[in-house]
Design a binder for this molecule. Structure first.
Ligand code: SAM
Length: 299
């Protein structure tokens, strides 16, 4: 299929007109470079699906299934002001350790990486800044790599480094093994709290994991213990983002930065991107999801 990205947008619009129109409007301003990257990304994903007997229709179904879950979680959140999950164990049992849920959820999340302007902007922010760190990285770790989008960047940019990924979900690791091409990655199927390697890392990426645990300070302290003294980390986490696997509610940037500092880190570059095109004060007041992304160093 020649213009796969356009086909995906059209098919989503056919199946869910309101959502499809919103997506088309939100990506319009991202420019030609974005459209080329999105096309390349979905062509690659389509080839992976094809090799396991599936088509892009499967990816679209997973995406809409994930969005449907999110809509229910959003309604509950609007009613209660809380996320519906209260414990990590609950999410581990119902999501990470449940292949049927994890398959559509992680494929849906992968699809969203180029469909949601805030996901694409976080990915671009990472790429731009990660480049400056490359010469100092001999050992790279990713915690909760999920589908493998960031792992692929490490494999592309760090051909001589050791690249390790620790993830608690077998389904995530399987998807990442399919998605990441070239280079070699060591995967560890473990809860990060039980991951105790003998050597430390120069760079650690932890995208969208902080909101999955009950105690994000403890998780960041664990990351701190895995990092070299001069090592750097890249973390992302959303605020006001109810989903089937989120436990800890960050309400705004300050909530996130406070826990980063409590864990012994300092933010040296950051980015805050709201999911809706609104002035930041209005977006925060309306509890619109915001993606927080930051590069950290030890204090
Ligand atoms: C939302 S996905 C994030 C995927 C990707 N990093 C991103 O930024 O889009 C969260 C991932 O973290 C993993 N995860 C959650 N808690 C974990 C833990 N305690 N230890 C290791 N992995 C964990 C999940 O299995 C899942 O693959």
């Amino acid at each position: 299929m020649e213009n796969l990205f356009q086909h995906i947008l059209d098919r989503i619009t056919e199946l869910n007109p309101m959502h499809g129109k919103k997506l088309k409007k939100s990506v319009k301003s991202l420019g030609p470079d974005y459209f080329n990257k999105a096309e390349e990304f979905y062509q690659k994903y389509n080839r992976i699906l094809f090799s396991s007997g599936k088509t892009i229709e499967f990816g679209i179904d997973c995406y809409l299934h994930m969005c449907n879950d999110m809509m229910f979680e959003q309604l509950r959140f609007m009613e209660t002001g809380k996320y519906s999950n209260t414990s990590f164990d609950e999410v581990n049992k119902n999501v990470y350790d449940n292949p049927a849920v994890m398959e559509y959820h992680m494929n849906g999340l992968l699809m969203s990486e180029m469909l949601w302007h805030h996901h694409y902007k976080v990915y671009s922010f990472f790429k731009e800044n990660f480049n400056h760190h490359l010469p100092s990285i001999a050992r790279y770790l990713e915690i909760g790599g999920g589908h493998g989008l960031f792992t692929q960047e490490a494999v592309n940019d760090l051909p001589n480094a050791i690249i390790d990924v620790v993830d608690i979900s077998k389904s995530s690791i399987e998807l990442s093994k399919q998605f990441v091409s070239g280079g070699s990655v060591n995967y560890y199927l473990k809860d990060v709290y039980e991951y105790n390697p003998e050597v430390k890392y120069d760079f650690i990426v932890m995208g969208e994991v902080l909101e999955h645990v009950e105690d994000p300070v403890a998780l960041l302290k664990k990351l701190h213990s895995l990092l070299n003294e001069n090592g750097k980390a890249f973390i992302t986490t959303p605020t006001n983002a109810p989903t089937i696997d989120h436990v800890y509610l960050f309400r705004n940037r300050k909530d996130v930065v406070d826990i980063i500092e409590k864990a012994g880190f300092e933010v040296y570059v950051e980015s805050c991107i709201y999911a809706e095109d609104l002035p930041p004060e209005t977006a925060e007041e309306m509890k619109i999801t915001m993606m927080y992304a930051a590069f950290l160093k030890k204090k």
